[in-house]
Design a protein around this ligand. Structure first.
Ligand SMILES: C[S@@+](CC[C@H](N)C(=O)[O-])C[C@H]1O[C@@H](n2cnc3c(N)ncnc32)[C@H](O)[C@@H]1O
Length: 96
């Protein structure tokens, strides 16, 4: 995750359109990207072949309980990048 953040934080121009292919049931890389850049990409296309995985991500998108607790990851990203945990989720949910 640190390597992804390092890579994403130094990209010029910033990522505007993000496609996550085979993202599975959780959004950790998207959270890391948004924390590292303090930026919401214009769009995030999150894909997975499994409808159950996509349903899990849609629950997170709506702010509903999911099978994952992102608390530990968000706390770590927050310390690492100086962005409040709630702000990281806000940035990650804000894509078109
Ligand atoms: C090993 S998981 C990786 C999950 C996530 N990227 C991660 O790093 O935690 C691979 C994911 O790819 C999805 N997948 C497999 N074949 C796919 C395909 N043809 N198109 C889209 N997603 C696919 C699976 O459903 C699974 O969620």
């Amino acid at each position: 995750m640190r390597a992804l953040a390092h890579f994403a934080g130094r990209l010029e121009p910033r990522l505007e359109r993000v496609v996550e292919v085979g993202g599975g049931p959780c959004v950790v890389p998207i959270l890391a990207l948004c924390a590292a850049t303090s930026h919401s990409p214009r769009s995030i296309a999150f894909t997975d072949i499994s409808s159950a995985n996509l349903a899990e991500v849609e629950r997170w998108l709506r702010g509903e309980p999911t099978g994952f607790s992102y608390r530990g990851v968000l706390d770590w990203l927050s310390r690492e990048h100086g962005v409040h945990a709630a702000r990281i989720e806000q940035l990650a949910r804000a894509g078109e």
